[in-house]
Design a protein around this ligand. Structure first.
Ligand code: SF4
Length: 762
């Protein structure tokens, strides 16, 4: 066929490689211009570029895909075409038509309006015609069996044919996961998933975020490392550098990034996945899914331009395309003696018809199922497990069951290994070079390393805003601002709930909680009247680096302080909308560390000679109170919101936070008689405070060292019979924790270990 090619020909084909291969093999030197039909159309009639996309998106507020849809059809939309020409938004190839000497058409799918133009020049059609071969067809019950048999047929063929000469024809992408699995089991190398889409990569997401915030391509590109992803992103950016970055440019760039991918290098000694149109006269082709609707492909009347409009515009209608498609498939499969067709008879228990071409071409169908047990132990074991399932559950005894069971009777059937498999430490460090720890991540880690791994490394725990998390955010936001001058409660509150939808039930609680929040603010103001610490810091972010390596970050809700005589008296308060427990008994196990961490972080708040007065949790949503005879409702409500935590035993310092600390109305459980603090009062001396800080630092650095080793075993902590490690853990369905995984620890009392030896458990 290619002998007809002449110097100076313009060749329209979808298979440029085939021509180049022919010319090279036959040492023929010809000056040809080879292009696809789409390229020919663009060069001949003109095309559009990114400026046109931007123009339509900007002017008509079109979405990116709609702008593209109109532009792809601009030849048939006269008003649009005029507008594009008037605004210089079409690109033409000068002298393209003048340089055409002869056109060689090697694809049948040419619209009539293009043919009419081609016919104005000398031209020739070089198209396949129907051949004489009748390919062999095999039918199988389902997709898995079909692919298994193809794999076995390929293994047999590989005994005499090189792997380079074999291709797999796949027109239905749903086959790909099955091919991947089965070919791996049979150890047949295959080039599959060769495209790596970049949109989901973290660095691309960071780039988009930066672009949105800075509106600068240069600044956004700085977040990327100079690698192949960077080159891809730069190439896309370069197409949109004709104007300032605005929302339209960002949308267009984002849409292009969604489609951008990197080509993975193909293994030259592996089977390639090809399309039916790539079938050549030589080589061996295994065609999967030779089913009705898949091969030949069916075109429907559902394009932007309907068939009736296409007919008027001399574009191929769906009916014409279906005829051409049918003929092309016939030509492809009848011109090569090594095309093997396979089809499945069912999918998801639904019957699937074979391709109508089988009957039309009178092809012979074999239903013989190869015996697969000579190729892969792993495959055999999987088959045995399936047959055992059917036997145990449905009493269906397959004829091969005994054979397989005798050979693999020691197979680990119905056992499950839930243990964490160590991941490569070097790879882990490369992927997570800048780990930042926080109270919550440490808490996860010390509760159970696997919980930390799923939450903080793999981030599989999707955050969903619930009514309660929203309430928590509202409370924290208001309490961070409400003690400033000119604070407008209603305005701030309304801003926070703007654009949120609430059910009637939620609206009821919202109104109730709003009034409670006002009450809490009044109570805190009253508490403040007992204090001489008049300065406040809210939502204080503290970022530190320990040992020049360990990054730690904490946000403290509220710090109250006052500098006097060269010393700064500091109290730390964390608001709680949920349950409050300032217990530090499990500090020795790395748990209950929130308040100790805040204490530790005070040293980094850059205060002049800080003296810690106390560190407390403060409940801000109280429980409803029952009537108590002889008690004041107001006073009982005020008690609910007292500070709950640990105070210094230095009375002079304590008096700064609450001058009435001897019978405190501000600090829960704070009481003193002439003999000293009551036994239940939570006071700590300077050594205790230093010991806590030291323990926190040790826990942070120990966790960091262990995380770096990527050791995330399932080890939930069971303290005194209570499985605290798994409390509120969302991964119970994933980890399949066994009793043996639990780390059993004894209960602790902070009085015993503060200042004493620590027990290290992780
Ligand atoms: S449920 Fe328990 S064992 Fe499983 S991941 Fe969570 S904390 Fe670990």
């Amino acid at each position: 066929m290619f002998q007809a090619l002449k110097n100076g020909d313009l060749v329209i084909t979808n298979n440029k490689q085939k021509i180049l291969k022919y010319l090279t093999a036959n040492k023929i030197l010809l000056n040809l211009r080879i292009m696809t039909l789409a390229d020919f159309k663009n060069s001949y009639f003109g095309t559009y570029n990114e400026k046109a996309i931007y123009y339509l998106m900007k002017k008509y507020a079109y979405k990116y895909e709609n702008a593209k849809l109109y532009l792809d059809n601009f030849l048939f939309l006269p008003d649009l075409k005029q507008e594009l020409i008037a605004n210089d938004l079409l690109v033409f190839e000068p002298l393209f038509k003048e340089n055409i000497k002869r056109i060689v058409v090697m694809t049948p799918f040419v619209d009539k309006y293009i043919l009419e133009e081609i016919e104005k020049y000398p031209h020739v059609f070089l198209l396949d015609s129907q051949g004489a071969y009748k390919p062999r067809v095999k039918a199988f019950e389902d997709m898995e069996t079909e692919v298994e048999n193809v794999a076995v047929d390929i293994l047999e063929l590989l005994k005499s044919i090189s792997i380079d000469d074999i291709s797999l024809v796949v027109e239905d992408s749903s086959y790909e996961p099955v091919i991947r699995k089965i070919f791996k089991l049979f150890n047949i190398p295959i080039n599959i998933d060769t495209k790596k889409y970049i949109y989901g990569l973290k660095q691309v997401q960071v780039f988009i975020k930066k672009l949105r915030s800075t509106k600068s391509m240069e600044e956004a590109l700085e977040v990327l490392e100079e690698d192949e992803v960077y080159n891809k992103v730069v190439a896309i950016c370069n197409k949109y550098r004709f104007t300032e970055v605005d929302e339209v440019i960002i949308e267009a760039l984002t849409e292009e990034l969604k489609l951008a991918y990197l080509e993975k290098e193909k293994n030259p000694s592996a089977i390639n996945l090809v399309s039916l149109k790539d079938i050549e006269e030589n080589n061996y082709y295994f065609v999967l899914g030779f089913n009705q609707g898949t091969i030949p492909r069916i075109y429907k009347n559902e394009d932007f331009l309907s068939d009736s409009k296409k007919e008027k515009l001399h574009i191929l209608t769906s009916l014409e395309k279906n005829n051409l498609e049918r003929q092309e498939v016939i030509n492809k499969i009848t011109n090569n003696p090594h095309v093997f067709l396979y089809y499945k008879k069912s999918l998801d228990n639904q019957e699937i018809l074979p391709s109508a071409l089988i009957q039309e071409l009178d092809l012979k169908v074999s239903e013989e199922n190869n015996s697969h047990y000579h190729y892969s132990h792993l495959f055999n074991k999987l088959v045995l497990a399936q047959k055992l399932d059917a036997f145990i559950k449905f009493n269906e005894k397959d004829e091969d069951l005994a054979l397989l069971y005798n050979n693999y009777h020691d197979m680990a059937y119905l056992t499950y290994d839930n243990s964490y498999k160590q991941i490569n430490v070097a790879k882990f460090k490369q992927l997570y070079p800048n780990l930042v720890l926080s109270y919550t991540s440490l808490d996860n880690f010390y509760r159970c390393r696997f919980r930390y791994y799923l939450t903080n490394i793999l981030k599989v725990d999707k955050f969903e805003e619930t009514f309660m998390t929203l309430i928590g955010n509202i409370y924290h936001a208001i309490l961070a601002k409400c003690f400033t001058n000119n604070f407008d409660f209603e305005a701030e509150y309304n801003l926070l709930i703007k654009d949120k939808d609430f059910s009637y039930k939620e609206q009821f609680f919202l109104e109730k909680l709003k009034n409670e929040l006002k009450e809490v603010i009044d109570i805190i103001k009253k508490q403040n009247s007992y204090s001489s610490l008049t300065n406040n810091l809210y939502e204080q972010k503290v970022e530190i680096k320990l040992n020049n390596e360990v990054n730690f970050m904490g946000i403290i809700d509220k710090v109250v302080y006052e500098e006097e005589n060269g010393q700064t008296y500091v109290a730390i308060i964390d608001y709680k909308t949920g349950n409050v427990s300032p217990n530090i008994n499990n500090l020795v196990y790395g748990l209950d560390m929130q308040l100790p961490i805040y204490l530790f972080l005070t040293d980094y708040l850059k205060f002049n000679n800080p003296v810690v007065v106390g560190f407390y949790l403060q409940k801000v949503i109280g429980r409803p109170l029952a009537y108590q005879p002889g008690k004041s409702f107001k006073e009982e409500r005020e008690k609910l919101y007292r500070l709950n935590g640990f105070s210094t035993d230095k009375e002079e310092a304590l008096a700064k936070l609450d001058y009435d600390y001897a019978d405190s109305k501000v600090i829960k459980g704070m009481k003193k008689s002439s003999k000293g603090f009551y036994a239940y009062t939570k006071v700590l001396n300077a050594d205790n405070l230093e010991a806590i800080k030291k323990m926190v630092e040790d826990k942070i650095t120990t966790a960091y060292e262990q995380i770096k080793q990527a050791d995330f075993v399932i080890n939930p902590k069971n303290i005194g019979g209570e499985l605290v490690g798994c409390n509120y853990c969302p991964f119970k369905d994933i980890c399949y924790k066994k009793e043996d995984d639990e780390v059993r620890l004894k209960e602790q009392d902070y009085h015993d270990f503060l200042g004493g030896e620590q027990e290290n458990v992780d």
